[in-house]
Design a protein around this ligand. Sequence first.
Ligand code: SF4
Length: 281
Amino acid sequence: MNGEKSPETATDAASVTSTESNSSERTKTPRANSKSTAARFAGETRVGLVRRARRMNRTLALAFPDAHCELDFRTPLELAVATILSAQCTDVRVNQTTPALFARYPDAKAYAEADRTELEEYIRPTGFFRNKANSLIGLGQALLDRHDGVLPHTMSELVKLPGIGRKTANVILGNAFDVPGITVDTHFSRLVQRWKWTDEQDPVKIEHAVGELIERKEWTMLSHRVIFHGRRVCHSRKPACGACLLAKDCPSFGIGPTDPVSAAALVKGPEAEHLLELVGR
Ligand code: SF4
């Protein structure tokens, strides 16, 4: 974690856009200050935390109106397969791998009857390909044995399938079946802890703690927005605090560069220009 704190430059931190009264209205609020920001959260009540968390979610909706699952898929099974392949691998790499895979293995039966060596070659670029091949073959067999070859759409059934844990199940529920789900990955865990939404470390406990703060209907989109923000702005090692739309509401403001120019250079992704525009750069 970057310890680049600068009391002198903290007052020059990002100005933020207020979303409290009207989400379509761009209203600049006073710039965040790391000292006053930290003090403001010291005695935060439960009601205050809920309000802040929901306000941050609305701000993220402004920042990332097109947030979505970054894995390519057309069917629930394809999403399940892509999510299994995404373990320890980038979504970009998975998306490069899956078109040929999905063409060769169109349904659960194809995975159940796959030649292991051939399947491993298809998914080798995603890493850990032997374990992942086991999961895909096991998934195909379990779907044939227990679900007529069709992916179920309840958490309790999904987590009993090979290769599918709670995180993957929430991705599938939220994105293939429109059942609200909170996806706790490494970005989500890091950010909600920085925001002091919860002190929990365990992903399931984080999921439940955040679920109590944010309206259920928002869970899936919240997950996308938080993950987008983690990938583009609030990086693990050097968060772009000085160019962050959430600065005013973030108790960890100042753990990354607060100088606007240095911070702006850290913002990544196709939305960078839009994000910098929102903070007035
Ligand atoms: S970049 Fe992260 S740590 Fe910094 S103000 Fe934004 S949300 Fe907080």
